[in-house]
Ligand binder design. Structure first.
Ligand code: PMP
Length: 304
């Protein structure tokens, strides 16, 4: 990825993609103490727009606050940096990666004297789990890795180090021939995917785990709002894996994964084993919002 044309916003300046480097003694590389976001921009009739820019920027700053990381820029600057990263790379649509990380001034756990750096990169990125996945769903396996405990790592922070757990879970699932992992919390209840929140449909109602061990997803929040608009009751509660096995429908939500149906968990078909009707409806409402086709929620879009 490092060898391509383009520009990356790096500490207040646009730098050439290949020059956006940092020292090998960068603290975050060693200990994972950093925060980031995953954001998408979509093509709309009015031009390219970033979806829920404010919410993503707010979460980045909340993550930094949780880690006690002092952000060297204000939210307005980081929002403008994201708009510029899409604009200056001439992207019609794409994925954005803002990240804040510590410098290389000192090693060790203290991290007291370190500077904080911020980058925003943006590049074209299609369907995260493939176009076929959006239409027919994916095969998922319950992970042998538990999701984070609330007092081990901070679950509300989108922190770099948290993703070691995600990568191991995803890798295990992929190795075993599945497309994604479903992680349970330390008490054995369903938490989330390696990079997605999870929903199930049972008897016409929508259920999702409360965001205790799961990230407070921005797509999750959008789906909860869209479901309410079509009179679908949404219940946040503890969910067991056998509730997923016997659900009528299930799907993942995430900026990268968008709304991806789950057609199978642990080799058991969910419902008909294909995208269900409520999933299809919410997925289409979601895509109408992100692409500006929906008159509602235009406030979720920031034109670049
Ligand atoms: N959980 C995890 C672990 C994630 O990495 C993500 C992706 N950011 C999500 C859930 C979904 O969050 P969002 O909808 O804000 O992208």
């Amino acid at each position: 990825m490092s060898d391509r044309d383009g520009l990356i916003w790096y500490d207040g300046k646009m730098v050439n993609w290949r020059d956006a480097t940092t020292h090998v003694l960068t603290h975050t590389l060693h200990y994972g103490m950093g925060v980031f976001e995953g954001v998408r921009a979509y093509k709309t009739d009015k031009g390219t727009a970033i979806f829920r820019l404010k919410e993503h920027t707010d979460r980045l700053f909340r993550s930094a606050h949780i880690l006690g990381m002092k952000m060297p820029y204000d939210k307005e600057t980081i929002s403008q940096a994201q708009l510029a990263a899409v604009r200056d790379n001439k992207l019609e649509s794409g994925y954005l990666r803002p990240m804040a990380f510590y410098g290389a001034e000192a090693m060790g756990i203290s991290a007291k004297t370190l500077s904080t750096h911020v980058i925003v990169a943006a590049w074209p990125w299609g369907a995260y789990l493939g176009a076929e996945a959006l239409e027919h769903g994916i095969r998922v396996k319950t992970s042998s890795y538990s999701r984070h405990h609330v007092n081990v790592t901070m679950c509300k922070a989108k922190a770099n180090g948290n993703y070691m757990n995600s990568i191991m879970a995803h890798r295990e699932a992929e190795h075993d021939g599945y497309q994604e992992a479903l992680l349970l919390d330390v008490d054995g209840f369903v938490a989330e995917g390696s990079g997605e929140n999870v929903f199930i449909v049972r008897n016409g109602k929508l259920y999702t785990p409360d965001a205790t061990a799961a990230l407070e997803g921005i797509t999750r929040d959008a789906i909860i709002q869209l479901a309410a608009e079509i009179g679908l009751q949404v219940i946040e509660k503890r969910i067991t894996r056998d509730e997923v096995y016997t659900a009528d429908e299930a799907f993942f939500t995430g900026t990268a994964a968008e709304v991806t149906p789950i057609r199978e968990l642990d080799n058991r078909a969910i419902g008909t084993g294909d995208r269900g009707p409520i999933t299809a409806k919410l997925q289409s409402m979601y895509f109408d919002c992100v692409t500006g086709k929906s008159a509602k929620h235009q406030d979720w879009l920031s034109l670049v």
